[in-house]
Design a protein around this ligand. Structure first.
Ligand code: G4P
Length: 537
């Protein structure tokens, strides 16, 4: 029996689904653990602080799971959280933290994950400021209109000043930070947070090794001035300056992706972590309905629908399972439900739906919009696919992302060509890699295009393990792709350092050796169509 729309609406209101975007080493796993600590999923942090002894191939979350005995999947962590200031009878908020792969796994998957969330936390190292991977991921958030909360982490270590960091973000990415709190004490001397909205001071105390939730004292401005002296005055002045520049939180501008509430933290000491959770509950949007290909909008309380955003195949040849992760868009999901796969029109039985989140890893019985569910042996499903209960609906494809790495691939032995072709189709349909072809190169050695080079390794490893095809991969000297059209391709083909390909979805892509080549051609041939590719969706 399905729940009423009222139940679904209530469940949706108390859900928040987000991802942390950051550059490696900014503290994403430490913060994840700190969040789990504050949600009381674990009683002590410290198991995963530091990378010593970690296997490069094991995700941080798996390591955390092993070390702490809590169940987290490599894809989504779900926990309940109740704000300290909430009324006693308030239902806890259900928080879904969707993992973005770390640097080593960097690929299109990272981008796809961002299609499954309603908000992002941009985690920045106080000393390093904005780093390349954060920038790339931020651009995807902007493109998709995902509101971003900025967290300046490692405030317990020397770093830049708050205003320097704020300026850097505003100037380099055009997002206006609106700090909710200003740190009291410079980077390296983190004493507490000045709550700009209430005017109060939250003073933190360290715990041994940062293993426990940091005790907080709430002080009024007068007492804070006596206790912290200069550091308090400096924080107040910074806050006033921000207000004069119009950098106070504005919910509408935040949701429009123009401003970003900012918080200063030390994930290692558990300072500011509660404030981050409170901000997610208070400010981040609850799951909303989506627009379908035909322009109709499915509301969250409408019948069940979901979008597949990630497909994971077992790399281990003895484990050929294929897990598809879906984000629920509307309605209630009940395990065992037979839904329809929009792309094929075929029924899809969900009796093997896995609880890829939460404490119970084996099965998921019910889930609501915003939640992530793993479907086992989902061989027919690809990223971007829609699953629904009547009436039919199909969401727009996720779109492919601007590739930056290109290589040709061919089967080592000519006799294996048939398997090679089949494997290529299969891997492409799963979204492992984009495949480009043109008449000059022929079909025996297609060009693979990827966001991260790891994607190539996945292709060659799976070709061998699952299809017993040995392959030779040869990197190509291109680093940039632009979308072009039929009319421009003849002109482009005549140029040096440029090659035009057709992607399987029919898009014409021109590849360039480097940005100077591209700029030269744009200047010399202004009539040629060259559009940047971020995401097609
Ligand atoms: P990542 O997942 O984003 O890659 O980062 P991770 O949490 O693994 O943290 C990277 C390093 O930064 C770790 O140090 C971690 O302890 C440290 N770190 C994370 N948050 C904070 C913080 O708020 N303050 C300080 N001072 N350090 C933080 P490591 O050098 O790899 O190991 P360790 O020997 O320091 O434990």
């Amino acid at each position: 029996m399905s729940s009423s729309p009222d139940t679904v609406a209530r469940e949706v209101r108390r859900r928040r689904t987000f991802a942390i975007i950051s550059h490696p080493d900014a503290g994403k796993s430490t913060m994840t653990e700190a969040l789990a600590l504050h949600a009381r999923m674990i009683s002590e942090a410290g198991a995963v602080h530091g990378k010593a002894g970690r296997k490069a191939t094991v995700s941080d979350w798996m390591e955390m799971e092993k070390a702490r005995g809590i169940s987290v999947s490599s894809t989504a962590l779900q926990f309940n959280y109740t704000r300290t200031e909430a009324q006693p009878d308030t239902e806890p908020t259900v928080i879904n933290l969707v993992d973005t792969p770390g640097h080593a796994d960097f690929s299109e998957d990272t981008y796809r994950v961002l299609t499954a969330v309603d908000a992002a936390v941009m985690l920045i190292d106080a000393a390093k400021g904005l780093e390349p991977q954060t920038l790339k991921l931020f651009q995807v958030c902007r493109h998709r209109g995902i509101p971003v909360i900025t967290v300046v982490n490692k405030w317990d270590r020397p770093g830049q000043t708050p205003l320097e960091l704020i300026d850097e973000i505003a100037e380099r990415i055009g997002l206006v930070p609106t700090p909710l709190y200003v740190p009291v004490g410079i980077a390296g001397d983190f004493r507490g947070l000045y709550d700009r909205r209430s005017g109060r001071y939250i003073k933190f105390s360290r715990t041994a090794g940062g293993a426990k939730i940091a005790p907080e004292e709430l002080l009024d401005a007068h007492t804070a001035a006596n206790v912290e002296g200069e550091a308090w005055t400096a924080a107040r002045e910074e806050s006033e300056l921000l207000s004069e520049m119009g950098q106070d939180h504005d919910q509408e501008l935040f949701l429009a992706g123009e401003t970003s509430p900012m918080i200063f933290t030390s994930a290692m000491l558990n300072f500011g972590v509660r404030q981050l959770l409170d901000a997610l509950v208070e400010l981040a949007p609850a799951p909303a309905g989506r627009t379908a290909v035909d322009g109709t909008v499915r509301a969250v309380t409408d019948p069940f629908s979901a979008v597949v955003f990630k497909v994971q195949a077992g790399m281990d040849s003895s484990h050929r399972d294929r897990l598809a992760y879906m984000r629920i868009v509307s309605g209630e999901f009940e395990r065992g439900m037979v839904v329809t796969h929009a792309q094929t029109g075929r029924p899809f039985a969900t009796k093997y739906a896995q609880a890829v989140f939460g404490r119970d890893r084996s099965t998921v019985d019910t889930a609501y919009p915003g939640d992530v569910v793993g479907l086992v042996n989902a061989t027919a499903l690809a990223p971007g696919d829609t699953l629904y209960n009547e009436p039919p609906i199909e969401y727009p494809p996720i779109g492919s992302f601007a590739p930056e790495h290109f290589a040709t691939l061919r089967a080592r032995t000519a006799g294996k060509y048939k398997q090679f072709r089949k494997a290529m189709d299969q891997l492409e349909s799963e979204g492992v890699v984009q495949v480009l072809r043109n008449g000059t190169r022929g079909d025996a050695s297609p060009v693979l295009a990827a966001v991260g080079p790891m994607q190539f390794e996945v292709v060659t490893a799976r070709m061998l393990a699952e299809f017993t095809v040995e392959t030779d991969l040869e990197p190509l000297g291109y680093s940039l792709a632009r979308r072009t059209d039929e009319a421009s391709s003849a002109e482009l083909d005549r140029q040096r350092g440029v090659e035009v390909f057709t992607r399987t979805d029919g898009a014409l892509l021109a590849l360039f050796s480097d940005k100077w080549r591209l700029q030269y051609i744009e200047k010399e041939h202004p009539d040629v169509t060259l559009e940047p590719l971020v995401a097609a969706a």
